[in-house]
Design a protein around this ligand. Structure first.
Ligand code: FUB
Length: 362
């Protein structure tokens, strides 16, 4: 089943309601699932649809930088055209369990000179008094690039740089700052995220909408690049963050339960580097461990089993003495492109492996 056949099935169910959907960008309380106890966690926000949560702790408070899902009525396709998001809002929580504040618009598509559409999964970072919002968007040629915007507060508003980051491509930026103060961006996503079109190092639109269809060859790998001191450019050309299997060989393109699809995140635990990611069409969140920020990373296991909805995306942070997984599902809407973010505690075993989380109680 491809990325969107599931969506098309669901779209058939909602086709009768399409007229009502136009302009309906807020969760309808009457649609919300009544059997909320079947999920291990509840939506953090019910006023708007939110997805792809990148969580950070700034001055002891939790800030989540999510996508802001909207319903435009655009039909589903293999490129994810229905994910036609146009702005970002930042979420803030004072301490675990507190009510979440939904910030005003932090960045709008109309205020990004180079971007045409598709504000997908963002991330944020802080350095020397400035907050940085990193985001993917399609440029006027339909090619995903990565932009950066700055603010002097974590909630924004953010001001976008006039051009995308030089040498950036594909989607899902995740910026990790190591203990020595060096920051790295991890990024990439296959299928609608276009990573396969960069397989030769140059954008090739003829490569198609899915993957390279080379199941016996190494999979397309996520990318990593050190950030320049000003945090607005790459300090080097992006390189592969290679994911190895248990035999020390690159994970193969045909190994859909292990291979990288999208949704990079980096988390450091016990001095080791946990590269975490989504497997897309098999719907897992996985982790792979390395001993430096560039990898290679050895596939170790699943963090989260498939959630309700096609996409899975996450972040991991330490906060208030615990480790938290932020993720999303479609509890509020039942629709793949109208998601809601959640959080739940993550537990490590003594050997550093992660206890796999089931997002359902039944
Ligand atoms: O939200 C749009 C896309 O869906 C993200 O960029 C992917 O990670 C997936 O969650």
């Amino acid at each position: 089943m491809n990325r969107f056949t599931l969506s098309i099935g669901k779209a058939a169910l909602i086709a009768a309601g399409l007229a009502a959907i136009a302009g309906c960008n807020k969760p309808d309380q009457s649609q919300q699932a009544s059997d909320s106890d079947k999920y291990i966690a509840q939506p953090l926000v019910t006023d708007i649809y939110t997805a792809d949560p990148s969580a950070h702790i700034f001055d002891g408070k939790l800030y989540i930088y999510p996508s802001h899902d909207i319903d435009t009525g655009i039909p589903d396709d293999d490129l994810g055209s229905q994910y036609a998001m146009r702005d970002y809002h930042v979420l803030m929580m004072g301490k675990p369990g507190d009510k979440v504040t939904v910030g005003p618009v932090a960045l709008d598509l109309d205020d990004i000179p180079w971007a045409e559409k598709s504000l997908w999964a963002p991330d944020a970072a802080y350095k020397n008094g400035t907050y940085f919002l990193y985001f993917p968007a399609k440029d006027k040629d339909g090619v995903f690039r990565m932009g950066v915007a700055t603010s002097d507060t974590p909630m924004g508003p953010f001001k976008a740089e006039p051009e995308p980051i030089k040498g950036s491509f594909s989607i899902d930026p995740a910026v990790f700052t190591d203990e020595d103060g060096t920051s790295y961006m991890y990024f990439g996503g296959i299928w609608g995220g276009q990573l396969q079109r960069w397989a030769t190092g140059k954008y090739d639109p003829t490569i198609g909408d899915v993957d390279l269809k080379q199941d016996d060859k190494p999979a397309l790998m996520p990318k990593v690049a050190k950030m320049a001191p000003d945090m607005k450019e790459f300090a080097e050309a992006p390189r592969d963050a290679v994911i190895l299997d248990a035999n020390g060989k690159p994970v193969l393109g045909g190994d859909h339960e292990k291979r990288f699809f999208e949704a990079s995140w980096m988390y450091k635990h016990g001095g080791r580097y946990y590269f975490t990611y989504s497997t897309g069409d098999t719907h897992f969140l996985n982790y792979a461990i390395g001993d430096n920020p560039y990898g290679p990373f050895t596939y170790t296991g699943h963090i989260l089993l498939p959630v309700q909805g096609w996409t899975s995306h996450h972040s991991i942070v330490d906060w208030d003495g615990k480790t938290w997984l932020f993720f999303h599902d479609t509890q509020l809407s039942g629709k793949n492109h109208l998601r809601n973010v959640k959080m739940t505690e993550l537990h490590f075993n003594p050997d550093g492996t992660i206890r796999t989380i089931n997002p359902f109680t039944r």
